[in-house]
Design a protein around this ligand. Structure first.
Ligand code: NAP
Length: 263
């Protein structure tokens, strides 16, 4: 018998890094889990450990969210499961290279997993959360969704989508009991760096957070009722200023005449 008190949390990309920590922390909070990633063997090992430690039910789905057939099969399964109360769209990939140095497979993987997979699984659960007036969606964006660095163009573009998509959904759930949180981490010590072509040792270690700290901060942000959580940003007023400036820019663009500098 499951000891779940919270319903079922789905975590994509749970075979490593942030997703693995999310799985642990959510089980500790009393969620049953559905863990998704390509490496089914790793998921099975993680599931067994969590089940033994916390007594919740953990099921696993080995699926490639960058492949249309796998994605549709996962999405249908989530659509049919009324026990789901939380989705963490965490699976993601990165290649650090200029566009011409990025293979077609790497290019497709970033767009397919970071954007399409995240959006499709959101579409699978969020309308039901809204109809039920309950449920929580957590999308893992990135600080690079608000910035762009050399070599991170495609990744930043995909995370810009995650950030804006998630912020937009927050407008849609305003006034309901559905929660939508955007988490925008900065550099965090996970496999993604090695996989992206940049060894973690090459980074300024003072700027690299542990995966545990990142997820614990993100969950603390959720508990605080934050809509946007920036785990490593000490000065929280910076986000407020960023939003205000963004709003001012949008308001200033509402003008039928070209700006005088273009006359
Ligand atoms: P990670 O350790 O490389 O983990 C990525 C996870 O995504 C793995 O479980 C991987 O599992 C899964 N995944 C990758 N491609 C997949 C696919 N095609 N289908 C299904 N699952 C797939 O990286 P991480 O740092 O924890 O990344 C988690 C999220 O945080 C990502 O969205 C990333 O963009 C974001 N993020 C990370 C950082 C950072 O510095 N680490 C900073 C900002 C944002 P399999 O390989 O088993 O499929």
């Amino acid at each position: 018998m499951s000891k779940s008190t919270q319903g079922t949390a789905v975590v994509t990309g749970a075979s490593a890094g942030l997703g693995r920590v999310y799985a642990d922390r959510l089980a500790r909070r009393g969620y049953d889990l559905i863990l998704i990633a390509r490496r089914g063997d790793r998921l099975a090992e993680i599931a067994a450990g969590i089940q033994a430690q916390y007594g919740v039910n953990v099921s696993t789905i080995a699926a490639d969210l960058g492949k249309e057939a796998d994605l549709e099969s996962v999405a249908s399964r989530l659509e049919a499961d009324d026990s789901i109360t939380l989705l963490v769209n965490n699976a993601g990939v990165s290649t650090v290279a200029p566009i011409g140095g990025t293979t077609r497979a790497q290019f497709d993987a970033m767009n397919d997993v970071n954007v399409n997979g995240m959006a499709r699984l959101t579409y699978a659960v969020l309308p039901k959360f809204i109809a039920r007036n309950a449920g929580t969606l957590v999308n893992i964006g990135s600080i690079l969704g608000f910035a762009h660095l050399p070599g991170a163009t495609i990744y930043s573009g995909t995370k810009g989508y995650v950030n804006h998509f998630t912020r937009g959904l927050q407008n849609e759930v305003a006034g309901t009991k559905v929660r939508v949180q955007l988490v925008a981490p900065s550099a965090t010590a996970t496999d993604i760096w090695e996989l992206s072509g940049v060894p973690l040792e090459n980074l300024n270690q003072e700027a690299v957070m542990s995966a545990e700290d990142c997820v614990d901060a993100a969950l603390a942000g959720l508990d605080l009722g934050e809509t946007v959580t920036l785990p490593s940003v000490e000065d929280a007023t910076l986000w407020k200023q960023f939003e205000e400036l963004s709003g001012k820019l949008f308001a200033a663009a509402q003008n039928r005449r070209p700006a005088t500098r273009y006359a």
